[in-house]
Design a binder for this molecule. Sequence first.
Ligand code: SF4
Length: 236
Amino acid sequence: MKDPRVLFLREVCGFDRVWIPNSNKLFRLYLLEREAQKCKRCPLYKTRDKLVFGWGNPYSGIMAIGEAPGPDEDKLGKPFVGRAGEFLDAALKEAGIDRERDLYLGNILKCIPVKSVPSYNGSSAVVMDKFQRKSFRAPQTGEISSCSGWLEAQLNIVKPKFILAMGNPAVQYFLGGGVNITTIVGQPRKIRNGQIVLYPVMHPSFIVRQKTPELENRYIEYLKKFRDLVGDLIPK
Ligand code: SF4
């Protein structure tokens, strides 16, 4: 992948010899997102409304990574909105974590994976659910590998010390396909040569779908343990 800073300087400023410090994470992420907006590396670009890149504080040292944008995120271009996002915000708050201040949030895929059917003209048509929203489906392996360059570039800029991995696709991206969230939830693992601590939890949309207060409370307890794990990275 070409350095997005150079692309930006060539396209917008008309020159390519300006030094942007590596410490300017916000600007580097802005440039990266600008490039990602043009991405056609997998067919999902055809069915997205808005690409959902990332959100939050890239200086906190903590990244929260989910699966892929859902219909609400696809409309707004922001990760973790809608019912699952509201639940996540409330659960984080209970655990003493402020989403905007303490996390940089993103997804494995940047575009919504949708169910589609062949249409009469040879292209494909998006399947809508009973609420007339795009029908979400699980990300496919090829889509994840096509999109991984964007996530790796985000990781390279943010350089998190901790990753809150939410749901199976996020956990499996880092730990391998044989791992299941149910067997390792709440158990931190060192990854990337011990540079990052990965903390697996369920995806908030799974918790919302279950509608079980007991499960919601358990989710908050997992987040409280994560809060304790990161220590001083989150102010008291
Ligand atoms: S999902 Fe990722 S790889 Fe596919 S079009 Fe969107 S940004 Fe590009």
